[in-house]
Write a protein that binds this ligand. Structure first.
Ligand SMILES: CC(C)(COP(=O)(O)OP(=O)(O)OC[C@H]1O[C@@H](n2cnc3c(N)ncnc32)[C@H](O)[C@@H]1OP(=O)(O)O)[C@@H](O)C(=O)NCCC(=O)NCCS
Length: 152
């Protein structure tokens, strides 16, 4: 729970909300409830990306029966530096045996580029969201950066 404030700040950032299915502001207590639920759920993994010891973003992996859903956010002050691409690549490498799904808002050019680079392909659109899929592939370990569990 140590990362709760950071994660809420990133979630309530204007650009994050614009690119989310739910556009509204999340209040502190609702966020804490949500975070506690995620951290207790073995089917969900909430990771914090760190660069030189500084938290720069988050990736969540939600495991369903047939696939794993990936979602990601980069800290506002660290966007546009290639970190989103790197952290999603690292996350994908953790689950090479899984079929992956990512939901991306139409017009979110950066996330589309990230998804393409990580091997996703556009499958279909639903409302203002696109569903991108990545088949099971083998991954390779990458050095340097790290992804740690949120709350660690
Ligand atoms: C979307 C987001 C994750 C991107 O992360 P980022 O670290 O800023 O992105 P990167 O710097 O890794 O850039 C990703 C790609 O977008 C490209 N890009 C950068 N700025 C761009 C722009 N204005 N328009 C289009 N593409 C752009 C980059 O060239 C890069 O492509 P490349 O790897 O082929 O060169 C980040 O901006 C963010 O957290 N936004 C708010 C929340 C959000 O949208 N989450 C994603 C939900 S799916």
């Amino acid at each position: 729970m140590a990362d709760a404030r950071l994660l809420l700040d990133w979630r309530n950032d204007t650009q994050t909300r614009a690119n989310s299915r739910q556009h509204g502001l999340v209040v502190w207590h609702a966020h804490l409830d949500w975070l506690a639920t995620v951290l207790c759920d073995p089917a969900r993994e909430l990771l914090i990306a760190e660069l030189n010891g500084v938290a720069v973003g988050t990736v969540r992996l939600d495991t369903r029966e047939d696939d794993t859903v990936l979602s990601w956010t980069v800290a506002p002050e660290h966007r546009g530096k290639g970190l989103g691409r790197r952290m999603v690549e690292l996350a994908v490498d953790r689950v090479p045996h899984r079929r992956l799904t990512a939901e991306i808002a139409i017009g979110n050019e950066r996330s589309m580029a990230i998804a393409k680079a990580a091997g996703f392909q556009l499958d279909h659109s639903a409302g203002d969201m696109m569903v991108w899929l990545r088949p099971r592939l083998t991954g390779s370990a990458r050095g340097g950066e790290s992804l740690a569990h949120g709350g660690d």
